[in-house]
Design a binder for this molecule. Structure first.
Ligand SMILES: Nc1ncnc2c1ncn2[C@@H]1O[C@H](COP(=O)(O)OP(=O)(O)OP(=O)(O)O)[C@@H](O)[C@H]1O
Length: 290
């Protein structure tokens, strides 16, 4: 299944002053193709989670539309599973019960649920932990359980909000490798929010960089590297530099209040390696012109 985001806008009333409005997203458009893994990268507060929540159907948007395989969606559905930043696991249930919960809700018979659970636990190397309570397992394990719960109903689309945000560096790299192999095996369409350039490159087929200026898309970059990805690959470093430069420009507070021409000039100035990111930025600016 594919996702199409067309011209969405989101306005929140300001938390401090309810009368003033905050346009977090304005006329944002992008597609995620079937089987593709896309990351949304950008500085804190640029609207990544808001975008993901709108696609999940948790939040309403003001303009534009979201469609899944050509069908407009505006509420949550079993086609889109969500992995939350803080796991959102049920502490009163054991690991196995947590994973089986969505299957139970869908009325899948017990025998089938148990078979599926076995398969999922094996995939994530958690076979021994089915009967542990959530407080008895580590942060990395919780992360894997949250992911397995999302995969349990075989959703077509996986939406993930910083799914590896709460684990340390080493565990994070191990989980990235596991997440990659799980998703490659299942060929899911995935959209992930992250702050982490390396994580985005390691996992994604495409990386979309958003800015704090109403979520404007600064770049949409295809990561053309064989899987599993090799961090020592020269091209991997080039992608890291390219994306870090773009992210730095997005992080620069001055950009927020500058016009498009100045933003483009800024990105050109930071384009020391003659890479093609200026073209991406240019495209992004042109396509967002009304
Ligand atoms: N329910 C809400 N009511 C009012 N403002 C909100 C609400 N949710 C988010 N916002 C505002 O929208 C903006 C974007 O928030 P969002 O969480 O989407 O950003 P983000 O890019 O995911 O940030 P982070 O990387 O820090 O999680 C922020 O300014 C935030 O304060």
């Amino acid at each position: 299944m594919s996702i199409s985001v067309q011209g969405i806008t989101k306005v929140f009333s300001n938390r401090r002053d309810k009368k003033s409005m905050n346009t977090v997203l304005e006329n944002i458009s992008f597609d995620v193709n079937e089987g593709e893994f896309v990351s949304l990268l950008g500085p804190s507060g640029c609207g990544k989670t808001t975008t993901l929540n709108i696609i999940a159907g948790f939040l309403k948007h003001e303009g534009g539309n979201i469609s899944v395989s050509g069908k407009e969606v505006n509420r949550p559905g079993p086609d889109r599973a969500f992995v939350f930043q803080n796991y959102a696991l049920f502490p009163w249930m054991k690991v196995g019960e947590n994973i089986m919960y969505p299957m139970k809700m869908q009325g899948i018979p017990r025998k089938e649920r148990e078979e599926k659970l076995k398969e999922l636990l094996e995939m994530a190397h958690l076979e021994e932990y089915a009967n542990y309570y959530i407080h008895e397992i580590s942060g990395g394990m919780k992360q894997r359980v949250a992911l397995l719960r999302a995969l349990a109903c075989d959703p077509e689309i996986l939406l993930m909000d910083e799914p590896l945000g709460a684990v340390d560096f080493q565990m994070r790299q191990m989980l990235q490798a596991q997440l990659e192999s799980m998703l490659q095996e299942k060929r899911k369409t995935a959209l992930m929010v992250t702050h982490d350039v390396d994580e985005a490159i390691y996992l994604s087929d495409r990386v979309i960089v958003m800015s704090r200026d109403r979520g404007k898309i600064l770049a949409d970059i295809k990561i053309e590297l064989p899987r599993p990805r090799d961090r020592k690959n020269e091209r991997y470093h080039q992608y890291t530099n390219e994306l870090s430069d773009i992210l730095r420009s997005a992080l620069n507070g001055e950009i927020k209040n500058q016009g498009d021409e100045e933003l483009l000039e800024f990105i050109q100035k930071t384009d020391k390696k003659g890479s093609d990111k200026t073209v991406f930025a240019e495209k992004a600016l042109c396509s967002s012109n009304k």
